[in-house]
Design a protein around this ligand. Structure first.
Ligand SMILES: C[S@@+](CC[C@H](N)C(=O)[O-])C[C@H]1O[C@@H](n2cnc3c(N)ncnc32)[C@H](O)[C@@H]1O
Length: 254
């Protein structure tokens, strides 16, 4: 009970998080899609659709050599991460992100969910090597963890010139990011609110804003059935890859 009260106070003190706070309250009265049974079904669906990483890029017509994020960047990132005393969420598929951004030579990228900033680092490194593009990241820090100052800690100074970090929840952070990106994006990485209702809010906005040929990447699609329902409902060309026991969904816009 005390924890719940402290959580409510945490949100009340942050007016820029009110939209998300209200949607969390509203979800208590909506149908619960995030059941154990549904996550089991989602895991089975993801596992059955998984293909090797290289085959996934081929399936989505992403051509070129797959090399992954270099070791030096990872070692430097680990040193920076060690300066944080807070435990945050694990990284997305940094090699896949790096290769997709590099091979597609994308200009505008949005990601949701930063934590230590591993996905940001992979995207920014590829943008800097391409010599073009910008990353707009949306992140609401974990409530009551006091991790605000460590969000994005693994991103070195020299890559920050390509980066805008919007410290807000997906709602309204994604719309703010889109505004800054000029309304269109070439790639997005979704790794923030993994609930079914969270995805229900964000996927359609991000998908609609993708340019033709753009790439949608979502982490942890095994958590619930939203990703599988989204690709089925919209008859989309997708691929699933496995990474460290979880599943990443990719969709290319025709
Ligand atoms: C799994 S971590 C992101 C990991 C990161 N993409 C990486 O590869 O290192 C999830 C992050 O999303 C943030 N988050 C959770 N819910 C959110 C929401 N509704 N809006 C924005 N950020 C959210 C968490 O605070 C956390 O920083």
């Amino acid at each position: 009970m005390l924890n719940k009260i402290l959580l409510v106070i945490w949100f009340i003190l942050r007016p820029e998080y009110y939209l998300h706070f209200f949607s969390l309250i509203k979800r208590k009265f909506l149908f619960n899609h995030d059941t154990i049974e549904n996550s089991k079904k989602a895991f089975e669906w993801a596992e059955a659709n998984t293909i090797p990483y290289v085959d996934a890029l081929n399936k989505l017509d992403i051509k070129g050599e797959v090399v992954g994020l270099d070791n030096d960047s990872i070692i430097e990132g680990r040193k920076l991460e060690a300066r944080s005393s807070v435990k945050m969420g694990g990284s997305g598929h940094i090699h896949l992100l790096y290769d997709c951004v590099r091979l597609l030579k994308v200009e505008n990228v949005i990601e949701t969910g930063v934590a230590y900033g591993w996905s940001s680092l992979a995207i920014l490194k590829a943008l800097s090597q391409n010599g073009l593009g910008k990353l707009f990241s949306v992140d609401m820090p974990y409530p009551r963890k006091k991790n605000e100052n460590d969000v994005g800690i693994v991103v070195p100074q020299n890559l920050r010139k390509y980066w805008t970090l919007i410290r807000k929840p997906d709602n309204p952070g994604i719309l703010n990011a889109l505004n800054k990106a000029g309304g269109e994006i070439d790639l997005c990485h979704y790794d923030s609110d993994k609930s079914w209702w969270g995805r229900h809010y964000a996927y359609p906005i991000l998908w609609k804003s993708l340019t033709t040929g753009g790439l949608f990447i979502s982490d942890d699609i095994q958590d619930n059935l939203y990703f599988s329902e989204f690709v089925k409902k919209n008859s989309l060309k997708f691929a699933v890859v496995e990474f460290e026991g979880k599943f990443i969904g990719l969709i290319r816009k025709n």
